[in-house]
Design a protein around this ligand. Structure first.
Ligand code: F6P
Length: 543
């Protein structure tokens, strides 16, 4: 990919000038001025409808942002991404999670070899394995069918699978799927407390098979298992997903139960591979396949749509607008369905591990802002938690609102209430409440003039808060696949424009190294040289 400092482009300079002209833009006025605004700033695609008209932009802003994307060579970057160029240059790897959901007849070559047949082979293995476990054909060591599955992994080997599994709860079969990730022993022991070794299947998911958390949890679980089960049962009750076959074998997992992974799939983009085995077990292979299908449709949309009509591109550019011009520090993601409760934490890894970088593709420190902070919780719960700050705090927090036309349990009464809140919030964030409106409201309540004057400043809302509204027909495996892929591509576009490498994560290494040194000190009860804070904390801990 090219090295283009975005701030040195002509489009950026124009955007700076444009920003100084429009930064005081009032959304309410824009809507009053142009009754067609909503249709001009929205994209309808398949079962998705994105309304981005409640953003502090004009048609010129959008044009200039698109110019920026063009000047940063986004189109050829998209080509490199899908064609398997080594765009993860610091690790000299391709970034091909899109190949995991490509159709069976696609041809995606890496070092002269089409990777698609290999992907299909692993998918077939996932299908057969899932069907045997779900149907009870494959049994535990005492001849009983499996009832529980424990996924042992962390980061990308946990967050994607747990988020999708929970999001698709409505589609679950009888298997109960649990996730153990934290090296905190209480996590694993709490999970094991209610499990029966005879009927539990364990999936050890680790791309590298060297991750401290996963190996500690897997070892603890194997020891627990061996208390009631014979050694030969380990091979049957444990499966692994990894690209490190040597370490998997040493752990004692039967080769038939090993699912490969490739170095061209980044951990945080791996739920589409065998890392998603727990998803396939929880909802059945056909639903897993539908999830992949949805992602593949979003890939096609992203690859082939005009940039102006391109959902991930528009979302990415809007985010750049707020991050780099309005200097907004964070973005909120608010799904209006309890099923998507884990989406924000999944996106935290996907977005912040990818674009939390401060060195550009030339190896130089950037002098502009990159990755945004991501946070969120489902509505309406979040309305009663942190919405106060979004409405009346001092920070600008652009937010994505994600809602569904249909609910899964078809309770119309609840769904209407939920969606009324969904629409009301973005409207309230846009409109705010003027002093005159507050005054009128308080007068109707019969308050004295003095009381009204005192309350006015507190009850006034500035409004003008930007939101995107994504309305989807229904939460299905396919629409969820589209939604996740949409955010994956948004991440990619932002990395391209910011001129950073989105697919490595060197920043997590230092903490791991220091933890291993400190662990030796804790075990030996001898504290080495540290800064005085760390030293006294360790001494206090060991006392
Ligand atoms: O935290 C860093 C990280 O490398 C993530 O990128 C990855 O998803 C996670 O650790 C787990 O790695 P592995 O699958 O190799 O155990």
């Amino acid at each position: 990919m090219k090295n283009i400092n975005p701030t040195q482009t002509t489009a950026w300079k124009k955007l700076e000038k444009h920003f100084s002209d429009v930064q005081q833009l009032q959304l309410k006025e824009q809507f009053e001025k142009d009754p067609e605004r909503a249709s001009k700033f929205s994209i309808a695609w398949e079962d998705f409808y994105l309304d981005y008209s409640k953003n502090r932009i004009t048609a010129d802003t959008r044009d200039l942002l698109l110019e920026l994307a063009e000047e940063c060579d986004l189109k050829s970057a998209i080509k490199s991404y899908f064609e398997g160029d080594a765009i993860n240059a610091t690790e000299n790897r391709a970034v091909l999670h899109t190949a995991l959901r490509a159709s069976a007849d696609a041809k995606i070559e890496l070092d002269g070899e089409n990777v698609v047949p290999e992907v299909q082979e692993v998918k077939e293995k996932i299908r057969k394995f899932s069907e045997k476990i779900i149907s009870g054909e494959k049994k535990g060591y005492t001849g009983k069918a499996f009832t529980d599955v424990v996924n042992i992994g962390i980061g990308g080997s946990d967050l994607g699978p747990v988020m999708v599994t929970e999001s698709l709860t409505y589609y679950h079969n009888h298997l109960k799927v649990h996730y153990v990730s934290n090296v905190d022993g209480d996590h694993v022991h709490e999970t094991l407390k209610n499990l029966n070794s005879e009927t539990t299947l364990f999936l050890v998911v680790s791309k590298t098979f060297t991750t401290q958390e996963t190996l500690s949890n897997a070892t603890t679980i194997r020891n627990w298992f061996r208390k009631s089960a014979p050694q030969e049962a380990v091979a049957e009750h444990f499966a692994a997903v990894s690209s490190n076959l040597k370490n998997v074998e040493e752990f004692g997992i039967a080769i038939d139960n090993v699912f490969p992974m490739w170095d061209w799939v980044g951990g945080r983009f791996s739920l589409w591979s065998a890392v998603g085995l727990s998803i396939s077990l929880a909802v059945g292979y056909n639903n897993f396949e539908a999830l992949l299908k949805g992602a593949q449709k979003m890939d096609e949309h992203f690859k082939t749509s005009d940039l102006k009509e391109n959902i991930p591109v528009q979302l990415a550019l809007l985010s750049i607008w707020y991050n780099n011009f309005y200097k907004a520090e964070s973005e909120a993601v608010i799904p209006y369905t309890q099923y998507l409760q884990k989406l924000p934490s999944y996106l935290q890894q996907a977005i912040m591990e990818s674009n939390g970088k401060s060195v550009d593709r030339n190896g130089k420190k950037v002098d502009y802002q990159t990755g945004t902070l991501i946070w969120g919780e489902p509505g309406t719960n979040s309305q009663h938690a942190f919405f106060q700050l979004i409405h009346q705090g001092t920070k600008l927090i652009p937010a994505d609102f994600i809602g569904f036309k249909e609910s899964l349990h078809k309770d119309k009464d609840h769904h209407n209430k939920l969606m009324a809140n969904f629409f009301a919030q973005t409207e309230a964030l846009l409109q705010g409440k003027t002093k005159a409106e507050v005054r009128k409201e308080l007068e109707t309540k019969g308050l004295s003039d003095d009381a009204i004057e005192r309350l006015l400043p507190f009850k006034e809302f500035d409004g003008n808060k930007p939101t995107n509204t994504l309305l989807i027909n229904k939460l299905t495996p396919e629409s969820l696949g589209k939604l996740i892929a949409m955010y994956e591509h948004k991440i990619f576009v932002q990395g391209v424009v910011w001129n950073i490498y989105s697919y490595d994560q060197w920043g997590v290494e230092l903490g791991k190294q220091l933890a291993s040194n400190i662990l030796a000190e804790i075990e030996n009860k001898s504290v080495n040289n540290h800064d005085s804070s760390t030293k006294s904390l360790l001494e206090f801990f060991l006392k």
